[in-house]
Design a protein around this ligand. Structure first.
Ligand code: NDP
Ligand code: 2IT
Length: 444
């Protein structure tokens, strides 16, 4: 059996019932095959792949908190510190009822390569809880966040592990967590990113994932003789990534006609009204039915459906495995020619292969959504030098990083004989830097 197949089998055997983690590992290892085979003896001797797929540390903890009725609730807390070869662990905290160890491991594993692609000194990690912030009062969210940090504070720090936002964790949650960390440790340091602007946050971090996605898409289209202006875009999700992806797409001259949440989706042929969407989602924390109620041109549909809408470009920005083979077929049949992932692993393996076989320009999330964590690393830099950069300064650095990421993965794909396969390009470019650092640092 080849080294890649051996390691994949070991991952499945040793990590039962973690399908998302298996999927993330499989996608990466498959596209590293040529690179591994070229250097198999050395990698095998050092057990490089076994070390790469095994987290350095996995923290599982109890998070008790008291709800508004005086009832004690208990959630599971997670932090997986996956790989610190190129920098302190860095990655978000997901708060969603679906969170389990396998999901956090898939996200942490993806984060290693994503963070490497940014070119900045950040290792891979991820965390979260099965706590559901939906429908909770601010006091309940604060109680949960304080309890979560009361355990996690022992393991994180500005030079150790720097968590941030993800699904369900936004500025409110980061604020409560930062406050509790500062109180317990007596330390004012950049231990979390995505902070508010009045206490060490970076301008443009809120916008960064969505904006970065569009900067990369623009470059990918340009390098393939196409342009974004005038195109119709479908987006899924209505959270942080989706909102700012839609905003930047429209600023760059495209028309965004859909968005979605976990209960339904909007088709708005006149183009999504970003100010209204922000009001509904960021201020009122309401359902998309409120968007439809306030906008004449919008249709609301229950369930799933954005991928059935005719478009040129599709940007999945909600969650993992939200775009399957049937969806991919519908998009291709409707003339869609480019797909870039704003979410982490939103496209199933079968759907990805279908896009690639049909000549669709396809960019994987670990490259196209890297603008969020890249800007988090810029927030860390600003915290370290105790300065704040202007919006324009951060935004222009973000743009430079995304353009650079695209060229790195494009060149890596070409170098290994897989021109246009941006999945392989991203995995290879991300891997090589981490592998070199791991090798240089010896068996740790
Ligand atoms: P938010 O919590 O702000 O928004 C998530 C959106 O996706 C909401 O509209 C939510 O709907 C929808 N959604 C979430 N889970 C599901 C589900 N199981 N089924 C259907 N819809 C769902 O999260 P973000 O925008 O921050 O994150 C979106 C994706 O982008 C995630 O994959 C995340 O890992 C990834 N990402 C985020 C980055 C960031 O900086 N925030 C950086 C890079 C990647 P509802 O509100 O109804 O639950
Ligand atoms: O998936 C991701 O890259 C994020 N949720 C952002 C992580 C970060 O540290 O900003």
């Amino acid at each position: 059996m080849s080294y890649v197949d051996e390691v994949y089998s070991m991952v499945v055997e040793k990590n039962p019932a973690q399908p998302e983690f298996h999927q993330a590992v499989k996608e990466v290892l498959e596209s590293l095959r040529v690179v591994i085979e070229a250097n198999e003896e050395a990698y095998r001797k050092d057990a490089l792949l076994e070390r790469l797929v095994t987290p350095e540390r996995q923290l599982l903890f109890r998070v008790p908190w008291v709800d508004d009725k005086g009832q004690v609730q208990v959630n599971n807390g997670f932090r997986v510190q996956f790989n610190s070869a190129i920098g302190p662990y860095k990655g978000g905290l997901r708060l969603h009822p679906s969170v389990n160890l396998g999901i956090i491991k898939f996200l942490g594993f993806e984060q290693i390569f994503k963070n490497s692609l940014t070119g900045l000194p950040i290792g891979g990690g991820k965390g979260g809880s099965d706590f559901d912030p939906k429908g909770k009062s601010d006091r309940e969210v604060m109680a949960f966040c304080q309890s979560f940090i009361t355990e996690l504070y022992k393991y994180i720090g500005a030079d150790t592990d720097v968590p941030a936002g993800d699904i369900g964790t936004g500025a409110r949650e980061i604020g409560y967590m930062f406050g509790q960390y500062k109180r317990i440790r007596g330390l004012y340091e950049g231990v979390l990113t995505g902070k508010g602007l009045s206490y060490g946050g970076s301008l443009a971090r809120t916008e960064a994932t969505g904006y970065g996605l569009l900067y990369l898409v623009e470059e990918m289209l340009k390098c393939n003789g196409k342009e974004l202006a005038g195109k119709t875009v479908v987006i899924s999700g209505a959270g942080n990534v989706a909102i700012y992806a839609a905003q930047k797409a429209q600023q760059l001259g495209a028309k965004v006609v859909t968005c979605s949440d976990s209960t339904g989706w909007i088709y708005d042929p006149e183009g999504i009204d970003i100010a209204l969407l922000k009001e509904v989602k960021e201020v009122k924390r309401a359902r998309l039915t409120e968007y439809a109620a306030a906008r004449k041109s919008a249709e609301y549909h229950e369930g799933k459906g954005v991928w059935t809408v005719k478009c040129d470009i599709a940007l999945p920005c909600a969650t993992q495995n939200e775009l399957d083979l049937e969806d991919a077929k519908a998009l291709v049949a409707n003339g869609c020619f480019a797909v870039a992932e704003g979410a982490n692993m939103p496209t199933t393996m079968e759907a990805t292969e279908y896009f690639q076989k049909n000549g669709i320009l396809f960019c994987p999330g670990k490259a196209s959504n890297a603008g969020g964590v890249a800007t988090s690393a810029l927030e860390m830099s600003q915290n370290s030098e105790r300065l704040s950069w202007t919006f324009e300064e951060v935004d222009s650095k973000l743009k430079g990083i995304m353009v650079n990421i695209f060229h790195n993965l494009d060149e890596a794909a070409k170098k290994y004989g897989m021109e246009g396969n941006y999945v392989a390009g991203a995995n290879i470019a991300g891997f090589l830097k981490v592998a070199e650092a791991m090798t240089a640092q010896g068996i740790v």
